[in-house]
Every structure is written in C-alpha cells, then in structure tokens.
Design a protein around this ligand. Sequence first.
Ligand code: MG
Length: 258
Amino acid sequence: MRIARFSIDGNVAFGAVEGDSPDSLVLDIIKGIPYTDFELSGTKVPLKKVRLLPPVLPNKVVAIGRNYAEHAAEMGNEVPDVPVAFFKPTTSVIGAGDSIEYPSFSEELHHEAELAVVIGRMCREVPRERVKDVIFGYTCANDVTARDVQRRESQWARAKGFDTSCPLGPWVETDVDPGDLAIQATVNGEQRQLGRTSDMVRSVEDLVVHITEAMTLLPGDVILTGTPAGVGPLHVGDEVAVTIEGIGTLTNKVIKRG
Ligand code: MG
C-alpha cells in the first residue's frame, strides 16, 4: 500500500494512493494514524487536487554516508569500517513538489538520491531477525548536500542539515522488498545517478541493527541509506527527481532562498 500525507482545504490527512496512471491517482482518506490500526474511510479525492506533504513527520532522520562503494570512491573516500552516521534535522524535511532553497553560504549544492526507511514502531537494540517488524515502509529521499561546506567543516550539521535539505516522498510504500531496487536521480530530465540498492555496502537490516544499538527509534523516524555514484551539482531553477523502482518519484525544484 502507498500511503501519502496531504493537505486539502486547510486540513491535513493521510490517504492510501490508488490507481496506476500518474494522472488519475486517487487518495482514499485514512481514519486514524497509519502506523497503528487504521481503516480506509472510502472517501476519495483526486491526488491532483491536494498538496502532498512529507509522508511522515520524523522525530529524527538518521543518515548513513558512504554506503555505496562507487560513490565513496568518486568522493576520494574508502568505504569506512563502521558506517558513518549523521543527523538531518526535522526542519530540513520537505515533501514532493516543495522547493529546495539554495542556501547563501554554499556555491556547490549536490543531489544524493537515497532509499529512505520509515520506522513503524518504537524500537531499540533490534535483533536482525526482528528488523522487518519495526519497518513501516520505504520512500524516496534526496540528501541534498552543500558539498563545499562539507569539505570545509568536519561535522556536517550545516552542510547536510540546512532548511529544505531533506526532500522525502512522494509517499510511503509499505509492500516492497528493498533488497534490489533501481534508484536514480535526474536533473531537468537528464540522468545523473543510476544504481541498485543491492550495491549498498550495508543492507537495511545492517543499518537498523547498527543505529538501534545506540538509540531508540520512534514511529515515523527515517533512515537514509546512502547514495549511489553520480552525485553532482544543482543550480537555481533546476528540477531534480529521485525515482526508486516500486516506490515512486520525488520531484523538487531548486530556488534561491528568499
Ligand atoms: Mg547521503
């Protein structure tokens, strides 16, 4: 099931996305909160008529760096012995169709297409065999990065944590196996990144075990699983799209921060 969060007439709701043709998708409005028991109301609205919001409101976004060997190599890095983990703040999260605001302190913004894991229940110290029980679903993410700032500053709070640097969406797919999905980024329709999630150095299971060794994850928390090779620049006016097989396409425009 694909679950979107959206606003219509000033109200915020979750809905199950129905249909196959992008132009005729319908949202069946959900009664209750998707992480727990919920039912479909049967009240349907065309997706075109709503504004999509970030599909989840995470308490935290935990991101993993250098999880595809080819991307680590293109940045001149080795794959680390221990996964590199960092946070993106909740204020960095935007949804499909929202604008990425080019920050004034950078001159080198990059796209990073990533599979995002959405957590469904509170968990800590999750054993490998229980990982599937704590995952609600998957969505597309763009770990937008101020590459020049990342090089200059040893921690990445500014380079990867500025407002609008974490597009998520367009919805959460709850029924997809993340093991071997095509993942790509295009800029203005031109392909920039193309990889497969099977090339991740650490699997989704590995990452959930590793992160929850340290911290409690809450329903709606998000894990970004790293980006394949081909990262590159974004400019004001660009339209960047992250597509993951079986999930959907997350599109955002880049604007100058006003
Ligand atoms: Mg990244």
